[in-house]
Design a protein around this ligand. Structure first.
Ligand SMILES: Cc1ncc(COP(=O)(O)O)c(C=O)c1O
Length: 412
């Protein structure tokens, strides 16, 4: 399979060897280390082909059939396909596929529903809220008045009673549910009920679970939320980008919030790649993949717990695991560095029970590579051995290289 056609054809190498080396180096890094970052995945060669296509040359401000530029008749087909496929995949009345990223999708959702100064209730950042959920260094924290709910310190589960109490006390204009690190399913019906109770909009930021939802491996927020925001590049395995889903009554507001309110010209190559990814996600093979992602995450969580790490909430319902490596004598930040040196690439994250940083891992990428429960046990053993100092970095790197060699992300 051709991954980067320009490289295969030697075009880039001949014209710009310096940059070609960077691309080859990154391809090698991805193929020889373990990608355990919960937000990452390997796009298919077909999605990559759409991304690297001449559609990237096209300017297309506006929407299909109503563009500010000429010559859009072909890219219009790509966008219509992406929209129709997204609507069918998620059972939504309306889809906007132009958002450049997950953050752009959230910005557009706020723009569609809120005015600066409005109160918004969202998961607090120390508990797994995203930057766009009210961080002071983000537009959201500066333009809106965010109130944060949390998770129970012991169980790590969303504190539903606190959500209800804060909603009643602050009467927010919108409630946001969704997280960068919550490993359990979100109870969208509960959030809908609270939003209705206080007259708030419900925004589901499903950036992480959207691929699981597509594959039927996680509950869908579509029947409950006024607007669903998502990324297309995590478990969903599409190009780096965002999307919004909503009912017909909000369609025009959402579209106008994306363009012309917060974005300019749509990225037609990315939209075409989203269409390809939605097509893939509608297949039985993708449903099997999504379920395997969860099976693998559960196996990895159980194996990490058996190795002595404290797994938040005691496990996972999704692709995502957060764990405290402290019982192995190391904090999250030190652990991430040690593991990176050994070729296990993952993130730090906040933990519910104190200020220390834990580890966040996901199984989307390794499952795309074809790994299963056996490999998850190997990965957990290797990870714990590196953290305990039982295996030095060089030795572990060799073990990782050997393991991933059997599961190349892009077989030649
Ligand atoms: C819950 C949530 N919202 C929004 C985003 C933002 O996505 P992006 O990085 O594409 O802007 C992320 C990214 O990880 C996320 O997890």
């Amino acid at each position: 399979m051709t991954v980067t056609p320009a490289l295969e054809a030697d075009v880039l190498r001949r014209q710009d060897p310096e940059l070609a080396e960077v691309l080859l180096g990154e391809r090698e890094r991805q193929a020889t280390t373990l990608q355990l970052i919960a937000a990452e995945n390997f796009m298919s060669p077909a999605v990559l082909a759409a991304l690297g296509s001449p559609l990237a040359n096209k300017y297309a401000e506006g929407y299909p059939g109503n563009r500010h530029h000429g010559g859009c008749e072909i890219v219009d087909v790509a966008e219509r396909l992406a929209v129709e496929r997204a609507q069918a995949l998620f059972g939504a009345e309306h889809a906007n596929v132009q958002a450049h990223s997950g953050s752009s999708a959230v910005l557009a959702a706020y723009a569609a529903l809120l005015r600066p100064g409005d109160t918004v209730l969202a998961l607090g950042l120390p508990y797994g809220g995203h930057l766009t959920h009210g961080s002071p260094v983000n537009f959201s924290g500066r333009w809106f008045d965010f109130v944060g709910y949390g998770v129970d310190a012991e169980s790590g589960l969303i504190d539903h009673e606190q959500v209800r109490a804060l909603a009643r006390a602050h009467r927010p204009k919108a409630i946001v549910c969704g997280s960068i690190s919550y490993p359990r399913h979100i109870d969208y019906a509960f959030f809908r009920e609270v939003a209705d109770d206080v007259g708030a909009y419900l925004i589901a930021d499903a950036a992480h679970p959207m691929g699981l939802i597509a594959g039927g491996a996680a509950p869908s927020p579509v029947p409950y939320a006024d607007i669903v925001c998502a990324t297309t590049h995590k478990v969903l395995r599409g190009p780096r980008g965002g999307m919004l889903l909503c009912g017909a009554e909000l369609a025009e507001r959402v579209d106008r919030a994306v363009f012309p309110f917060t974005q300019g010209g749509a990225q037609m190559h990315t939209i075409a790649a989203k269409a390809v990814a939605f097509g893939e996600a509608a297949t039985p093979a993708f449903a099997a993949y999504a379920h395997q992602v969860v099976t693998n995450a559960r196996a990895l969580a159980a194996a990490l717990a058996a190795e002595g790490l404290t797994v938040t909430t005691g496990g996972t319902d999704t692709h995502l695991i957060t764990a405290d490596p402290a019982p192995l004598g190391v904090d999250g930040r030190t652990a991430r560095g040690r593991l990176a040196a050994a070729g296990l690439v993952l993130d730090c994250c906040a933990l519910p029970h104190d200020d220390d940083r834990g580890l966040r891992l996901g199984t989307a990428a390794v499952t795309t590579q074809g790994m299963g429960a056996r490999e998850m046990t190997l990965v957990a053993g290797l990870l714990a051995s590196v953290l305990r100092g039982g295996t030095d970095a060089a030795r572990a790197r060799e073990d990782v290289r050997e393991l991933v060699a059997a599961f190349p992300p892009y077989p030649r």
